[in-house]
Design a protein around this ligand. Structure first.
Ligand SMILES: [Zn+2]
Length: 449
């Protein structure tokens, strides 16, 4: 759908996603949906007849990537909100295969507006899937794991999502088959704890369940896979305040993850909802709080309702909490940030994901919050930007395709009115968005400090 006429953005400061220093007064040429020339103005001629966008004073970053979304069934989909928030690529980590395949076909045909969609298909469960997500899960017996991976690979998935009941040996076999089929493996851990998932070869660990192995003796679970994901999350908050985020056990865990080259997608925005519900600063949730957000009216009613209900539950639980319980929640949150930052400082790879539309998480918009929280955890703004651009592309084997502003890459780009390296919250000051070279109207409700 790209027009034949090239367009050129001139004068912006370029942050290309590759990690090098910003380039002032750059020229970025887009043609046929791709970047064709990128460089300093003096060395980068604007093609004859190009549409020129003067962007002096602006900052150009690659289109952003959310590595953990659930687009949902057709009646809940609102794909255009991602691109309108500057998120031009998403990875769906759990949904019904026919819905996902249909959404991708419609996106690729230009019938609906939205991001580039990668997906894993159903949550894979060893045995009986968790009831609450049964509609988007696929249960299997351990002996069938290779056949299930093959079936999904044949159906065109981009990745495999292992869920809470998968045990280490089954994870190892799933990974071996998935890698042989060219698929990356993502895991939400319960029955496989801590570094065992990394040693099974899993490519990316979702949320912060990897730290469950740090539970003190008296909190250990006899059968972690038997808890619902909600119960498991609640269980972690009970003992996280007592963990030493710089202790020996943490360092040993980092070493196991680094040795295996496993990435972490912490989805901090999901954890921030808990302190934010009790009025603590979990990253200024005013925009995401379904009771305050101006975005609610933009969401399909079933999504808006779910966000409101789950937020109300959080609020209610927080309202009854004693002062001591609130202090412990605050400390658990600080420890989650410290553990995430520590993994990054140790040399681990972090990618940005939100788990939208989980509690208080708004598609597209909350990715900007995640970037802010990653910086609060200790990443530099440049590292946070890379966690939402180049790192995801590398993880998905698409590093030559998208995720950077470089010749040959898909022309996904966000123009900002202020420097994101000075303050990461400036990623919300969007002036213009291009998805595969096509302009997208930015969300008016998305504003930054
Ligand atoms: Zn999820």
């Amino acid at each position: 759908m790209a027009t034949d006429r090239p367009s050129a953005i001139t004068g912006a400061t370029l942050i290309d996603g590759l990690g090098g220093p910003p380039l002032a007064d750059a020229v970025i040429v887009m043609e046929g949906g791709r970047f064709t020339r990128v460089g300093p103005r003096a060395a980068t001629p604007v093609p004859e007849g190009a549409a020129v966008v003067a962007a002096d004073g602006a900052y150009a970053i690659p289109g952003l990537v959310d590595m953990h979304v659930h687009i949902g069934p057709p009646e809940q989909q609102h794909l255009s909100m991602f691109t309108a928030a500057g998120v031009t690529t998403v990875l769906d980590l759990g949904g019904r295969l026919p819905d996902l395949a249909a959404a991708r076909a419609a996106l690729e045909a230009g019938q609906v507006a939205g991001p580039r969609l990668h997906y894993a298909g159903p949550l894979l469960e060893e045995g009986t899937p968790f009831d609450g997500f049964a509609h988007m899960s696929r249960g299997f017996a351990a002996g069938e794991v290779e056949a299930v991976v093959d079936e999904l690979a044949d159906a065109g998935v981009d990745a495999i999502k292992l869920y809470i009941t998968v045990r280490p040996e089954t994870a190892r076999r799933a990974v071996a088959r998935a890698h042989a089929r060219g698929l990356r493996v993502f895991m939400h851990q319960q029955a496989t704890t801590g570094g065992a998932a990394a040693e099974a070869g899993v490519d990316c660990l979702e949320h912060l369940m990897v730290f469950a192995g740090l539970a003190p003796e008296e909190h250990r679970l006899p059968d972690p896979g038997a808890l619902t994901p909600f119960e498991f999350g609640g269980w972690m908050w009970r003992w996280l305040p007592d963990v030493d985020p710089e202790g020996e056990a943490v360092r040993r865990l980092y070493a196991r993850l680094l040795a295996a080259g496993t990435a972490l997608d912490p989805t901090l925005v999901l954890y921030a909802a808990r302190p934010a519900a009790m009025g603590e600063d979990g990253g200024d949730m005013a925009l995401d709080d379904p009771e305050c957000t101006p975005l609610l009216s933009l969401l399909p009613p079933p999504v808006a309702r779910t966000l409101q209900e789950r937020w109300a539950e959080r609020r209610q639980a927080a309202a009854g909490a004693s002062e001591r319980a609130q202090a412990r929640t605050r400390r658990a949150w600080e420890h989650l940030l410290a553990l995430t930052g520590g993994f990054h400082r140790a040399g681990g790879t972090i990618v940005a994901g939100t788990d939208c539309p989980n509690v208080a998480i708004v598609s597209g918009v909350s990715l900007h919050r995640e970037l802010e929280l990653l910086v609060r955890a200790g990443l530099t703004p440049m590292d946070a930007l890379r966690a939402a651009t180049r790192r995801p592309a590398e993880l998905l084997g698409s590093a030559g395709e998208w995720g950077s502003i470089a010749p040959g890459h898909a022309a996904d780009l966000v123009l900002l009115g202020a420097d994101p390296l000075a303050d990461i919250r400036h990623t919300r000051r969007i002036r213009a968005i291009y998805a595969a070279g096509q302009p997208v109207t930015p969300l008016a409700a998305l504003a930054g400090p």
